[in-house]
Structures are given as C-alpha cells and as structure tokens.
Design a protein around this ligand. Structure first.
Ligand code: MG
Length: 269
C-alpha cells in the first residue's frame, strides 16, 4: 500500500516535470503571425535564421565626443533635453554619467529632427534576468514610429526580427555584434525620414543605416511601415517630416550615455 502510494507520487512528479518542461521550452517567436510583405518570413518568425555572431572590436565610437555641429542630447549630467512620453518630466535616473530606464515610462527628445546622424551608447543590465524579449529590452524609436531594438542579445535567443539592432518586426540585424551584459555598446544610426506629396501619397519610405559596435547591421534599408507587434507594418497616416527620438521603457533597467545628433544637410549647402 505504502509502496503503491510512493510509486503514484513519483509517477505524478515525473508527469508534472514533463508538463513543466514542455510549457517552459524556449519559445522564441511566433508562427501565427502574417507574412512580412516582400519576405518569406512571418512577423517575429522563430524559424527565421539566427544572425551569425560577430565579435566586435574592442572599441569603435565608444565615448566619441560630439562634433561641433552636433546637438548633445545627453552628456551624462541631466535630462534637460528629454521629456516623458506624455510630456511629463523625464523620470529616468541619472548617475555616474548615465541614465537608466526607471519604470516611469519612455522618454523622448524635446526637439524634433528630420534626416539625421545619431550616436548613442547603451548597456544591458549586468545582472542577467529574464530571457528573450524580457531581457535588456528598450529601444530607439525614431519619431515614435520606427524602432531600432535595444536588447541584451548576448547568448539570449529570441526571434531574429526582435534582436538587438533589428528594425523591429521587419528586418533582423545582418549579424549579432552584441557585447556582454553590463558592457557599453554603441549605435551609430543614420536615418532618412519618409516623405509624402501634397496628396498625402507616400513618395519616399524612411530608411536607416545602423552600425552596432562598429559592425554594419543595416544600410539604407527601407522601413516597411511603422513599428508593430505581431502585425504587418504599414505607414498608416502621414506623419510630420520631423519627429522626436524616443527611448523605450520596456521594464528593464537599461542604461544610456553619450547621446548626440547631427542634422543631415544636403550637398552644397
Ligand atoms: Mg524594444
């Protein structure tokens, strides 16, 4: 009798363990999402090939001083160039020359920009917590509409179009050039804004060039539309020719430092 009960308990425990391991098997993407227009992959497709890992050089534009014609958005001292997403004061912590996502909502620049060259540095939390999209998630969301993903993608599988440096939900980075959690990393982002004609017809899609730790991820790649989760990106309504740079609060204490931006003028100006 006693033996039987033990056997039942053991069998039950094995079953429970199997159920748990099935439920917690790494799920890194979606299979019930639509196909991305012009591609063979679904939005956030877990079957899409993982970008190859490239070990970046020791430094590229790390702590690059702002050129004389740049606007400094964050020099490590204060958030005077930033406001909260809804216009409230930016609530992120500032200390030791960096700002940190503080679960007070995203922030955006006070000023708006059109075509630009942006430099920024970020560090994923040194203490690893969570996985996939729940680990070191933030984002550089240009005009609040085009997201270059910030994520801890060091030994952290997730769907490729949501990796660090991805054009979120649209294009994975060409390679994974991520540094370890806690280490500072650089993004150099060149962006050209979308354009519409007087009849509200889109005449030029937005495009972006992204260099991550000195490694090219995207080169004048066009955005298919505004950032979207699990849906096909579209341009929707016409946006203004300029917009703010947003930094996302995704609930993870990601740090940023040394942020500056230059407007891109045309030739012969
Ligand atoms: Mg994000």
């Amino acid at each position: 009798m006693k033996l039987n009960r033990t056997m039942i308990l053991v069998a039950g425990a094995v079953l429970a363990q199997t159920a748990v391991s099935q439920n917690t098997a790494p799920k890194i993407g979606y299979s019930d999402t639509p196909i991305i227009p012009g591609q063979k992959w679904k939005v956030h497709d877990g079957e899409r090939p993982q970008p190859n890992i490239v070990e970046p050089g020791k430094a590229f534009s790390d702590m690059a001083p702002a050129p004389s014609d740049a606007k400094v958005l964050f020099d490590g001292s204060d958030l005077s160039q930033w406001v909260g997403e809804n216009g409230q004061p930016a609530g992120w912590k500032v200390r030791d020359g960096y700002m940190e996502v503080s679960r007070t909502g995203g922030i955006r620049t006070r000023d708006e920009f059109g075509d630009f060259q942006l430099h920024l540095e970020f560090a994923s939390p040194e203490e690893v917590s969570g996985n996939s999209q729940g680990r070191g998630n933030s984002g550089v969301i240009i005009f609040g509409k085009f997201e270059i993903q910030v994520l801890d993608s060091y030994d952290n599988p997730t769907y490729p179009d949501g990796q660090a440096g991805s054009m979120y939900g649209q294009f994975p980075p060409r390679v994974n050039a991520s540094r370890k959690p806690g280490q500072w990393q650089t993004y150099d982002i060149i962006f050209e804004a979308p354009q519409w004609d007087e009849n509200n017809k889109l005449t030029k899609k937005a495009n972006v060039t992204v260099i991550h730790n000195g490694v090219l991820l995207h080169h004048r790649q066009e955005f298919l539309g505004y950032v979207s989760h699990r849906n096909v990106p579209t341009y929707g309504k016409q946006s203004a020719p300029t917009g703010a740079i947003h930094l996302q609060d995704h609930g993870n204490p990601v740090r940023f430092r040394n942020i500056w931006i230059r407007s891109l003028d045309h030739y012969d100006k």
